[in-house]
Design a protein. Structure first.
Length: 538
């Protein structure tokens, strides 16, 4: 097979992988979020049932205790009047009466016909002061809880709790049609069973979500179960959007790959090599802003192809070819050298500025990148402590152990390492644990729907919390609106980049912008001061 065919298929496979991997990652993140959210909702449902049941039982116990202490322990008319007052005072108590030692109802208020059958167990000598049991109300097709209180001579005061006491909101719509609730007393005695059970037929426990809440006051537990598939209803629309976006990216990447691969071999290769030799690949600088103070924190260096005809080509049109052909290594070295030449003085005067340089997976296969960093920046005006090397999650790292050692060497000389495109690619949050990352960058995919989609807000909030817990910095990418800035502030994000501040700029415009932003500005200024003037970035 010719080199051109090999390059074509290799480029095609890489393009497809780079385009489709975000779909897998997005589905993973969304599925985890949906299960976590559903589990929390189910626990909240169980807690509501337990709290309502505790309240109803507690009210009944209090009424019976007061009746006993007041001497109301018979079926005399005056005692029945007291029973009536007790029923009226407690919304969840629907009947009060007296039961003999055999458990047969002697009298009750409101008065109802009795069958003479025992509704409570025979009283034992060692029975507790308070008892809780169940009674089937056949004519109503439901079960009610019975609370009893020993009053002497083998008799007990009895309070019957209305089913209304545990008739509560069944939860959000996406769970309502699928969840099953059981409220149990004692040794598995069911007080309430509500919801669909057919959904569970033929499924094992691994397919179910379960939430259990135990009462701290009484022998009672609420159990809420639902099929795991029910949680998917929460993020179904987001999955459709992610799938459509990934199809679009797949078409774009494949088109670019095919275009490069099927150009005449000598033309594509020769033109690229000549462009590298002539230094046509140049750095553009996108500002990274502190959205709390309005100050410039530094920039991300992005590669552009400045053609002799004056046109500027973005990396999406050539990066796949550069990586598959191996030219990316020399191109990256050229970009590093040009940053020293173009912004070295600016960074020397502003030691707090950070300079982020993008690497690809191949840079983490051997120590050459360490030698490049030391050789290029070691004698420059840009200090190692000002440098951030970005590794993208969109490409898989072939050797995690080697990558970890290389990152550790970078950190040992003061260079920090950022994980780009978090949540969209191969590594997932496992990269954060295994690679020892210093900074995570929130992808534009999540920022776009921030403030309009609760799910995206929750995902960003989770990333911020994770970064805080792991002691990492965090930067939001692709910020385009004032509303997104305000929401990021609320979530605790203080650094951001995007077109609302400035697009990637050639060196002179970036230096002019940096000097303008640092020219006598104080902290706490408004968003308008952070946003570059159109005249400056045109």
């Amino acid at each position: 097979m010719s080199h051109r065919y090999t390059l074509f298929f290799r480029t095609l496979l890489i393009a497809l992988a780079l385009a489709l991997a975000p779909l897998v990652a997005a589905n993973y993140v969304l599925n985890n979020y949906a299960v976590t959210q559903a589990q929390a909702e189910m626990t909240a449902i169980a807690e509501r049932y337990v709290l309502r049941a505790e309240k109803a039982i507690g009210d009944a116990v209090s009424i019976l205790q007061n009746l006993h202490q007041g001497g109301t322990v018979t079926c005399a008319p005056v005692d029945r009047t007291a029973f009536h007052a007790g029923v009226v005072s407690a919304p969840f108590v629907q009947m009060i009466g007296v039961v003999n030692a055999s458990g047969v109802l002697m009298c009750n208020v409101p008065e109802m016909p009795t069958s003479g059958e025992a509704i409570l167990p025979v009283l034992k000598s060692d029975a507790p002061l308070v008892g809780i049991g169940m009674r089937d109300r056949a004519f109503e097709g439901t079960r009610v809880a019975l609370v009893s209180w020993r009053i002497g001579k083998g008799n007990r005061l009895l309070a019957e709790i209305s089913p209304v006491a545990i008739s509560i909101d069944p939860g959000p719509d996406y769970l309502r049609a699928h969840r099953l609730v059981e409220l149990q007393l004692g040794d598995g005695v069911v007080w309430l069973r509500s919801g669909e059970t057919a959904q569970r037929d033929g499924h094992g426990e691994s397919d179910e979500l379960i939430a259990e809440v135990q009462s701290t006051k009484y022998p009672m537990i609420a159990v809420v179960t639902a099929p795991a598939s029910a949680a998917d209803n929460l993020v179904r629309d987001l999955k459709v959007v992610a799938a459509i976006a990934c199809v679009g990216f797949a078409v774009l990447f494949v088109a670019v790959g095919v275009w490069f691969s099927w150009r005449p071999e000598s033309e594509a290769e020769d033109e690229f090599v000549q462009a590298i030799r002539k230094g046509e690949f140049v750095p553009y600088y996108q500002p990274v802003m502190d959205i709390e103070t309005g100050r410039l924190r530094g920039c991300e260096v992005l590669m552009r192809w400045a053609r002799p005809d004056g046109s500027v080509i973005s990396p999406g049109a050539f990066m796949t070819f550069a990586e598959t052909s191996g030219h990316i290594f020399e191109m990256t070295r050229q970009i590093m050298r040009k940053t020293c030449e173009e912004v070295g003085d600016l960074y020397y005067e502003n030691p707090e500025f950070k300079l982020s340089v993008n690497l690809f997976a191949g840079h983490f296969e051997d120590r050459q990148v360490i030698e490049d960093i030391q050789q290029i920046y070691g004698q420059s005006k840009i200090a190692f402590q000002q440098i951030v090397m970005e590794v993208t999650e969109r490409q898989p790292l072939s050797d995690m152990e080697t990558a970890r050692k290389i990152i550790a060497e970078m950190q040992a000389i003061g260079v920090r390492v950022a994980l780009d495109d978090v949540g969209t690619g191969h590594g997932g949050f496992a990269y954060l644990q295994k690679l020892g990352i210093d900074i995570i960058k929130i992808d534009k995919m999540f920022i776009d729907s921030l403030g309009t989609d609760d799910n995206s807000t929750t995902i960003v909030d989770t990333m911020v919390e994770l970064a805080d817990n792991l002691g990492m910095g965090i930067i939001a990418e692709g910020v385009e609106t004032i509303e997104q800035i305000e929401r990021l502030r609320e979530l605790g994000v203080s650094a951001a980049q995007g077109y609302i501040f400035a697009p990637p700029l050639p060196a002179k415009l970036f230096i002019d912008l940096a000097q303008a932003l640092s020219g006598g500005r104080g902290e706490g200024e408004g968003e308008s001061d952070m946003i570059a003037d159109d005249a400056q970035v045109a």
